[in-house]
Design a protein around this ligand. Structure first.
Ligand SMILES: Nc1ncnc2c1ncn2[C@@H]1O[C@H](COP(=O)(O)OP(=O)(O)O)[C@@H](O)[C@H]1O
Ligand SMILES: [Mg+2]
Length: 263
């Protein structure tokens, strides 16, 4: 496969964890509801949505505009309060009956969750390395260790040759790979991606999705990605459809098993 890492990249990267026998979901959302506003202006963005994502799985979230996809990612990512429901992340119950059980959500996000957005959202005045290193430093690592981790990740995502480039000098695909490196900086087990390939052409979208699959498999991470791109559907283990705040269908993707071993 075109994006398979070279030997040297594999040794520079974090050692892949052995696949775990553990089958407990990394993300377990139970009957999450979220409404905005009250009375006539009330919008029910999520209606009793339940979703489990296991280590090593990549799932897609589909649905028309306004169906609640971003709201669901933001609740799972502990950015947004749900109105009701429960959420466990990496075995820790963090929301019970619509109430947070943890005070320090910022620390929780830094430890457990990596976000990737439609546009890379890199900080324009920091080079690629510092964009990634900053997230390590926010989690408490020192500057030198943070830069070393950043360079290792940029190599792993095959964009190490751009480590000193400013975001404006990167192509769309390179910038999105730097953004993925940033999302991985603190070794989160949960990665949430809101239309991560929407700004890329189909070849670069495939490369980015292949890299996300590699991350899921090697780091035993759970990935939820919002997408509209039917050319990359074969990269997902399961596809969920959101419609009007309801998660109404789950399609298992055939043929993924073979693809996995090819990575
Ligand atoms: N902060 C907000 N305040 C009020 N309504 C919101 C807010 N965020 C989202 N919504 C509404 O919730 C619904 C779901 O939005 P969203 O999750 O962004 O959908 P999607 O990502 O699928 O396009 C929409 O009707 C949207 O207008
Ligand atoms: Mg959205």
């Amino acid at each position: 496969m075109a994006v398979a890492p070279r030997e040297s990249d594999a040794t520079a990267a974090e050692k892949p964890r052995a696949p775990t026998q553990q089958s407990a979901p990394l993300v377990q959302a139970v009957a999450i509801s979220k409404h905005f506003g009250e009375g006539e202006t009330r919008v029910d963005a999520l209606r009793e949505v339940s979703i489990d994502v296991n280590p090593g799985e990549v799932v897609a979230l589909l649905g028309p505009s306004g169906s609640g996809k971003t709201t669901l990612l933001n609740v799972i990512g502990c950015i947004l309060d749900p109105s009701a429901g429960s959420l466990s992340l990496d075995g820790e119950l963090v929301i019970e009956n619509g109430r947070w059980l943890r005070g320090n959500l910022r620390q929780l996000r830094l430890e457990k969750i990596g976000f990737i957005f439609q546009f890379h959202n890199l900080i324009p005045f920091l080079d690629a390395t510092d964009n990634v290193a900053l997230v390590r430093q926010l989690a408490g690592a020192d500057a030198a260790a943070s830069r070393a981790r950043a360079i290792e990740l940029l190599d792993y995502l095959e964009v190490g040759h751009r480590r000193a480039s400013m975001p404006a000098k990167l192509s769309g695909g390179e910038a999105q790979r730097v953004a993925i490196a940033r999302a991985l900086a603190n070794r989160p087990r949960i990665i949430l991606a809101d239309e991560p390939t929407a700004a890329l052409d189909s070849k670069r979208a495939s490369i980015v999705m292949d890299l996300l699959r590699k991350v899921a498999l090697e780091q035993q991470a759970a990935i939820i990605a919002v997408t509209h791109d039917d050319k990359i559907f074969d990269r997902f283990d399961r596809i969920y459809n959101l419609r009007d705040g309801r998660l109404d269908a789950v399609e298992a993707m055939p043929g993924i098993g073979g693809r996995r071993t090819g990575l």
